[in-house]
Ligand binder design. Sequence first.
Ligand code: NAD
Length: 264
Amino acid sequence: VSGLMEGKRGLIMGVANDRSIAWGIAKAAAEAGAELAFTYQGDSLKKRVDPLAEQLGAKLVLPCDVTDAASMDAVFETLEKEWGKLDFVVHAIAFADKAELKGRYVDTSLDNFLMSMNISCYSFTAIAQRAEKLMHDGGSMVTLTYYGAEKVMPHYNVMGVAKAALEASVRYMAEDLGKRNIRVNAISAGPIKTLAASGIGDFRYILKWNEYNAPMRRTVTIDEVGMSALYLLSDMGKAVTGEVHHVDGGYHVVGMKAEDAPDI
Ligand code: NAD
């Protein structure tokens, strides 16, 4: 993949630490020659993101809370001033109140519903509005989703509803922006132990379940998600848009595993 992303500049949103999916994608893009900018949410994450960004030679490390329109505006003003253009954006951001990532979906409060939808779905649209203006030579936008958008997963609750809306927004934006050669896709990653995932009830059980039931009989890594993202971000995925691409060891194709399947 060396040279694949040479001359391309991209914004990575959603690194919290070196276990973040966004970090796996950033490493893959940088290794392929991309120049990166990072955003971090709040001062407490700055000290984690700064050294990671430095590791990949990124000079622009900017604060951004997607609930604050002014902070999103400021990021894109800086990118316009420093770079003048943008080739790709990675949106790896989601949030819901931990208290409602267990128990029943039906008990979701309005406040948490609106907040989860805003941070986990609308923010990708808000970022796309701003990024589009800098994608003069076309571009690629990638967000992260999960199978809980398609099927009921225990404890995923309001996040499943937000991810379903996010996946629909990927299709609508693919149509809106396709004429300008801007592609919009999602990666549906299998469960990975990250900071965000630790908020989901019984997450360890979900990991084990995937290990036992995915065709590949294992979970996936942030580096593997990174490689697949590279395909969507680069010219390798030049004609791919509106897609929800599963990087989950095949978990989503299984209705029921054969009983005589060898144990892992
Ligand atoms: P993570 O905790 O490393 O990343 C989540 C990021 O969201 C953090 O960097 C956090 O700062 C950011 N964020 C939350 N609220 C924000 C706000 N208001 N403004 C700006 N940033 C905000 O966890 P992750 O698992 O790498 O999550 C990245 C994405 O991948 C999320 O969309 C998540 O739903 C998705 N995903 C995760 C898994 C998994 O099992 N870990 C599976 C499929 C999809």
